[in-house]
Design a protein around this ligand. Structure first.
Ligand SMILES: [Mn+2]
Length: 558
């Protein structure tokens, strides 16, 4: 398959056509053209050095840069010498992957993903692919030949699966799942894995263990960005990421059959590892800990489900992809971008599918470990926030995410921490159950605030969370006040249009022309929002009439 992105022409919206980005090479060409890619030819050590360089570049100003390492210690002459990383770790590069202009807003991007994720187009099988150029079987296999970094100081080993779609098939209905699940090199032909029953492949594992059958797995490395982003996103159990690929790109995904199983895998991959997972705990191998998305080392060094590799197929001179993990403020990662953006889009679609009306925005912040999600609504009924929280907490991805749900109304921008804090301060009364705790729920085994003994994935299948809803909407239980036009809350303080018009027209005359007022809240910019949450809450002329009408506020602003 030759490089497809030849012309690099932008479409009418200022973005590229995502259908043109078929391979990781196409993606690299596009990033090059946009000044978003750098090759490192200096010799670097897979043990710590690559992780540190990647971290610096992910945390650099303006989204940093995607990197390809071409000269890795101990991999000068192995069959794979190149590592590509950091390509999904900025909003600009994410916009490019979804065919948007590089500077599209975060809300535009979420809306684009939301729309694409709701569509579906079946994949198609092709007879062969470049990833069949080389085939290794049996004792010829040694995955230590792949330039897998030891990303962080106290990682339990070389984590080979950090940015690689893992493919399995539902044994009951044949539906494919594609996910990114962490996995560590556990021998020349073995990968040990953190596998949770709540995950797509965990569900397949559970079904196959009932049947006492092993599980066929394919690990895929070096893909176009859409494939990897989809794999890293928590789509619902009835959805195959293969179909969503067609939905977001408008073109079916090409799949090719494995050599040692009937699994179909993305044909554009650089490397495919075909493997078999035993259900027998005596075949488990040691895995962990790993610098995780919580910002702490997560998981114990303990025996975990392990695959034995049957076959590796790869393109000549293949590119391996991996990602430096561990998210905390100031340390965004590829996983942080994928999860925060995809979760925003997926939760929004899920709430609509559950019939929650009036959802106007959903956001998961980049700096957090997926444990917090913000929902913005136009409230239609009392305690709507509780319906929202319970719907979100029923999602399978709630096993890792959404420990805290915060719901606000339309006048609060959920991407602005100052506005969220104002809502928390002025619209949340814990004495009136605006904070709701849901105890002894399933949850993340990686959350260090849960006692260690409660976080044994092999023993319990899940962690243990108490979840919190912060309902920062105006509480209708406060009842309508006649003085506030029968609304439960007083008007938000705003400026009067007449006086703003007057002041704007005389601004130069005051000698203040160099001073610029820039409102940040929507209520100051959007007449509709201003009407609903301010003007509509003021005393009515009738009320003022009944109460003497001479009150100071009635004089000018009826
Ligand atoms: Mn899935």
């Amino acid at each position: 398959m030759a490089t497809i992105v030849k012309e690099l022409n932008k479409g009418s919206n200022g973005g590229y056509d995502p259908r043109e980005v078929k391979t990781v090479h196409d993606w690299i060409e596009l990033l090059k053209a946009e000044g978003e890619f750098r090759e490192v030819d200096a010799k670097v050590d897979w043990d710590g050095e690559i992780g540190t360089i990647s971290r610096y570049c992910m945390s650099a100003k303006n989204g940093g840069i995607a990197l390809q390492f071409n000269n890795i210690k101990d991999h000068e002459n192995t069959w794979c010498t190149k590592l590509f990383t950091n390509s999904a770790s900025s909003y600009g590069r994410f916009n490019l992957a979804f065919g948007l202009p590089k500077d599209a807003s975060r809300k535009e991007l979420v809306l684009k993903m939301k729309e694409g994720y709701a569509r579906s187009l079946s994949p198609r099988e092709v007879s062969t692919a470049d990833c069949k150029q080389n085939i290794l079987k049996g004792d010829d296999i040694d995955i230590n030949d792949m330039p897998v970094p030891k990303w962080h100081l106290w990682d339990g080993g070389r984590f080979i699966n950090t940015f690689s779609p893992v493919i399995t098939k539902d044994p009951d209905v044949g539906r494919y799942n594609m996910g990114i699940y962490r996995g560590m090199i556990a021998g020349k032909r073995h990968i040990s894995n953190l596998l949770a029953p709540s995950q797509g492949w965990g569900d397949h594992f559970t079904k196959l263990s009932y049947r006492k059958e092993p599980m066929k797995v394919a690990y895929v490395y070096g893909c176009n960005p859409q494939i990897t982003i989809l794999a890293g996103s928590a789509h619902g159990r009835l959805v195959s990421e293969y179909d969503v690929y067609g939905g977001i790109t408008g073109e079916p995904l090409d799949l090719v059959k494995c050599e040692t199983s009937d699994l179909l895998v993305p044909a554009s991959a650089e490397i495919v590892i075909e493997a078999t997972m035993s259900m027998d705990p005596k075949d488990f191998r040691m895995e962990g800990p790993f610098a995780e998305h919580c910002g702490y080392y997560g998981g114990a060094f303990s025996p975990k489900p392990t695959t034995k590799i049957d076959c590796i197929t790869f393109k000549d001179d293949p590119i391996y992809q991996g990602a430096c993990e561990s998210i905390r403020p100031g340390w965004p990662t590829e996983d942080a971008y994928i999860t925060s953006l995809s979760s925003s889009a997926l939760v929004w679609n899920h709430l609509e599918a559950c019939g929650v009306p009036g959802v106007t925005d959903v956001w998961m912040n980049l700096d957090g470990p997926f444990f917090m999600i913000y929902v913005q609504i136009r409230q239609s009924y009392r305690h709507q926030a509780k319906q929202i929280a319970s719907a979100i907490w029923g999602m399978s991805f709630a096993n890792w995410a959404f420990k805290n749900v915060m719901v606000v109304e339309e006048d609060i921008d959920i991407r602005d921490h100052g506005q969220l804090e104002w809502a928390l301060c002025t619209r949340v009364n814990p004495g009136m159950k605006d904070i709701h705790i849901f105890e002894s729920h399933f949850g993340s085994v990686l959350d260090p605030s849960t006692p260690f003994e409660e976080r044994d994935l092999v023993k319990f299948g899940s962690g243990k969370w108490a979840r919190m809803l912060i309902d920062a909407t105006r509480n209708w239980d406060l009842g309508g006040r006649p003085f506030w036009n029968n609304q439960p809350f007083p008007p938000v303080v705003v400026l009067s249009k007449e006086e703003e018009d007057l002041v704007n027209s005389r601004w130069e005359e005051y000698g203040l022309g160099d001073i610029k007022y820039e409102p940040t809240m929507e209520i100051d910019k959007n007449e509709d929002i201003k009407q609903r949450y301010s003007l509509n809450c003021r005393p009515t002329p009738e009320y003022l009439e009944d109460h003497g009408g001479e009150h100071a506020i009635s004089k000018k602003r009826k």
